[in-house]
Design a protein around this ligand. Structure first.
Ligand code: SF4
Length: 257
């Protein structure tokens, strides 16, 4: 399995070259979200580790950038990117070889840690997950490891927003399990004050049914009326991309068609 994949056609980031610092056949994550398209969990933990070689990542990026010019390089893939202990070194290494903006898709679960916030501050774009308005729904939808709580996760995002000079986007996955909490989610979002809100629903193959265009459109409208800069999976345009290696996308089940 290669560390670098894509570029992916992303509705939120444009042409995004993926860097998978986990690179596992089964996901390694601090959550086990009910809508996760990565399949059954292999290891649910919040222990940080080195999963890939940064030297190999570097040579794969150098080679990829010879044939493609992505809009952004994004840490994402087969689990939670902040579980990679060498993420800081990976950022430093990519900065030395490219000026392309650097992003991460994170589940926000480790943002309450100062060392993680320091690392994430070195990025240009942080896309942080928030799917629940309270502990009960957080446990039901995101199914975190035992020591991760809703309160700590929210506190982490708020602390991070105060120090981050880049773009903080909040990604919210709406489904039948949380659609009755739209107003509470909106209030939480306003308290955090992200630069952008990304309204999503599970459109890829998973055990959870997506909301319809009409339902999500209604939610998007409510967020916009509140003055929140909001985009949505149904209405955002996706750029055309040609992946370097289609198999690498299929392996991660992140093929956006
Ligand atoms: S945070 Fe992402 S990778 Fe982890 S379980 Fe949820 S959807 Fe899957």
């Amino acid at each position: 399995m290669k560390t670098v994949y894509g570029p992916v056609s992303s509705w939120r980031l444009g042409r995004s070259l993926g860097v998978d610092l986990i690179c596992s056949k089964e996901k390694i994550c601090s959550f086990d979200c009910i809508y996760c398209q990565l399949g059954e969990l292999w290891k649910k933990n919040a222990q940080r580790n080195n999963f890939v070689s940064i030297k190999e990542m570097e040579s794969e990026i150098v080679s990829a950038l010879q044939t493609t010019t992505p809009d952004v390089i994004t840490f994402s893939g087969t689990g939670e990117p902040t579980l990679a202990k060498n993420m800081d070194l990976a950022i430093k290494t990519i900065r030395n070889i490219s000026n392309i903006p650097l992003a991460v898709l994170t589940n926000s679960s480790l943002m309450n840690r100062e060392d993680i916030r320091d690392t994430l501050c070195k990025l240009d774009i942080v896309v942080a997950k928030l799917d629940a308005p309270n502990e009960e729904i957080f446990q039901r939808i995101n199914q975190p490891v035992d020591n991760i709580t809703f309160k700590e996760t929210i506190d982490g995002i708020k602390k991070f927003k105060k120090i981050f000079t880049g773009k903080l986007a909040l990604q919210i996955m709406f489904m039948y399990e949380n659609m009755q909490y739209v107003d509470k989610m909106m209030q939480l979002t306003k308290n955090i004050g992200p630069d952008e809100v990304q309204i999503n629903t599970p459109l890829r193959i998973c055990p959870v049914n997506p909301l319809t265009k009409k339902q999500l459109g209604h939610i998007e409208k409510k967020f916009k009326i509140q003055g929140l800069n909001t985009i949505s999976v149904y209405t955002s345009k996706k750029p055309k991309t040609t992946p370097i290696d289609k198999m690498e996308l299929i392996k991660r089940r992140r093929m956006e068609l």
